[in-house]
Design a protein around this ligand. Sequence first.
Ligand code: PEP
Length: 250
Amino acid sequence: MSNRKLIIAGNWKMNKTPAEASSFIKELKPLIKRSRNEVVCAVPFVDIQTSITAARGSRIKIAAQNMHFEEKGAYTGEVSGQMLKSMGVTYVIIGHSERREYFAETNRTVNKKVIAAYKCGLKPIICVGESLAQREAGLTAEHIRYQVKAALVGVTADQVKKAVIAYEPIWAIGTGRTATAEQAQEVCHIIRMTIKELYSKRVSSVVRIQYGGSVKADNAHELFSMEDIDGGLVGGASLKLSEFAAITAG
Ligand code: PEP
């Protein structure tokens, strides 16, 4: 058993209005009171203000689901890390596979966003994961190692200690098909060994690695009990109060 604190983050994606976000978080607060884990809600930009207000007096931290890598300027529709930090955001998801697939996010932009997040004091939750075709072709390890290395170019050892890496096999996201605990552990171990290779054993033992992909209350605890899995990034199930509360329990 490691002494890393588990981090359970709900990725709401494009769901919930500010009013819905506020009441969800207010109802979640008493349900997670006894949890020893770190609980994060990654909410849409427009929900950040009400979510932060609603979360006051609890341990729930608020994350953004994306950010731009520039500090400011003519980037219509974008939001900077500085803007998020000034609102009280703690974490920011970077490189989710939906952003890579639908919004042309690349390893290069992921790296630029990671660097920009650290610059303004945000902690990145960096997503990596293979497609089904890559898994079936035996390319999972190579692909994951490449994505991790690309995301961390120019990141110092002190910075990376504050990172969370989310292993999210694309074939498991929103499909109801969860990786087995052994499959998830195998890849999370590869991620930790990649960090060890890039930095040191000590640094790799501090970085938290989540599993994401159809996590639910009935599979979460087996996944989170694995040696290199330090919590989860939860999509669909994070929108349901009792389900999310049960996932965060422990
Ligand atoms: C996600 O979007 O990060 C995710 C893991 O989704 P789901 O839990 O719905 O598979």
